[in-house]
Design a binder for this molecule. Structure first.
Ligand SMILES: Nc1ncnc2c1ncn2[C@@H]1O[C@H](COP(=O)(O)OP(=O)(O)OP(=O)(O)O)[C@@H](O)[C@H]1O
Ligand SMILES: [Mg+2]
Length: 354
């Protein structure tokens, strides 16, 4: 799965651009503010339906313009997206409107690594839960339904808690919630187990001296069934007005000598660990489902010495996937044969001979 064509118009500082990327390694280089991250952001927008930089999607529309338009060709499929300042979105896959935004992600599975990706390790469990769920979403067709049911049932339960509804009425809902929570947890656990098989090798390459342990935390004490937990904690949940334990508290724990990685690892080591997690996710997808992710790596060189940059690039190359890397100075990444290079200057994108 690779983008063979990408067209952008009125996206950030890019008035209009057309790229014909290679199926392997693509380098996008240029000065600060030239538009490199914007190209990655456009690809992300096509696959995810939003930006990774702004909460407000209209911010990416070029100043003085009414809408941005994106178009991409992936194998035999065509994807198009237009979004205006009123927030109206027109998405097309092969000319048809998809039923759900999730259809975009199925067609264009992306892995994004930016200098802000540290958040995966430094912030709370939400980002790591989303990381797990991305993997399960792509590996189990039941996931989306089970996850959505769980979310709805939890919302309803929290509402009932706040309304101080009678216990036996809540217990009826808890049966259903417990059932979906168990399914969701089993899917997540199975996926993390498979991930660990892939991840160990990559962490071993990136951080050979650092024994990182990765484990799944399901969101409640694993010794007990979720229904028992919900019943036992009902009084407290009612006092607080929300459900304290459950699959909505799941997490991926990363530790070195039993200490959370964020308290032990250096900046460069943290970056390599994030890269290992993202690459492992893509490798697992291709192993289990023969589907290739596209990797977007913004400012690959930051925080990494020359040896680690080489390691990372080689690992990305080994995935056999399409990769887009941005850099200010291409000399910093000259250790690898780029299949295609693009130079960006004031929002103009030009292909360079490699
Ligand atoms: N809505 C917009 N319309 C026009 N220009 C914009 C808009 N939003 C941002 N810009 C400008 O677009 C330019 C491209 O930004 P981008 O982040 O893609 O640059 P970059 O090449 O990644 O730079 P750096 O090396 O500093 O990361 C910047 O100069 C920014 O000020
Ligand atoms: Mg940038």
């Amino acid at each position: 799965m690779a983008l063979s064509q990408l067209r952008l118009s009125h996206f950030r500082n890019i008035e209009s651009a057309e790229l014909r990327p290679a199926a392997g390694l693509n380098l996008i280089h240029g000065a600060n503010g030239s538009g490199k991250t914007s190209v990655l952001e456009a690809i992300w927008f096509l696959g995810v339906g939003r930006s990774f930089r702004s909460q407000q999607s209209q911010r990416v529309i070029q100043y003085q313009q009414e809408a941005f338009t994106l178009f991409a060709r992936i194998g035999d499929e065509r994807m198009g997206m237009q979004r205006n300042r009123q927030g109206e979105v027109d998405v097309r896959i092969n000319g048809e409107r998809p039923q759900r935004m999730a259809d975009l992600a199925k067609l264009l599975p992306l892995q994004l690594i930016t200098p802000e990706s540290f958040a995966l390790l430094l912030d709370g469990p939400k980002a790591r839960r989303e990381y797990i769920d991305w993997g399960v979403f792509h590996s189990d067709i039941q996931f989306h339904l089970v996850w959505a049911r769980c979310r709805r049932l939890l919302k309803q339960r929290n509402q009932l808690l706040r309304n101080q509804v009678e216990d036996r009425q809540i217990a009826i809902w808890d049966k259903q919630l417990a059932q979906y929570s168990r399914s969701l947890t089993e899917m997540r656990r199975a996926w993390v187990n498979s991930l660990n098989g892939v991840l160990e090798g990559i962490i071993g390459t990136f951080l050979p001296q650092v024994p990182v342990r990765v484990s799944f935390s399901q969101g409640w004490d694993a010794k007990y069934d979720i229904e028992q937990i919900l019943t036992e904690q009902l009084r407290r949940d009612k006092q607080l007005g929300y459900t304290v334990s459950g699959p909505h508290k799941a997490d991926l724990r990363l530790r070195v000598s039993n200490i959370p990685v964020q308290d032990v690892l250096s900046r460069g080591q943290l970056k390599l660990l994030v890269c290992a997690l993202k690459i492992a996710q893509g490798v697992l997808l291709s192993k289990q489902h023969n589907k290739q992710c596209i990797y977007l790596v913004d400012d690959l060189a930051s925080e990494l010495d020359a040896e680690k940059r080489t390691l990372l690039l080689r690992q990305l190359e080994q995935t056999g996937s399409q990769v887009f890397v941005t850099a200010i100075d291409p000399e910093q990444l000259a250790m690898i044969d780029w299949q295609r290079r693009f130079h960006v200057e004031h929002g103009e994108v030009a292909a360079k001979d490699s």
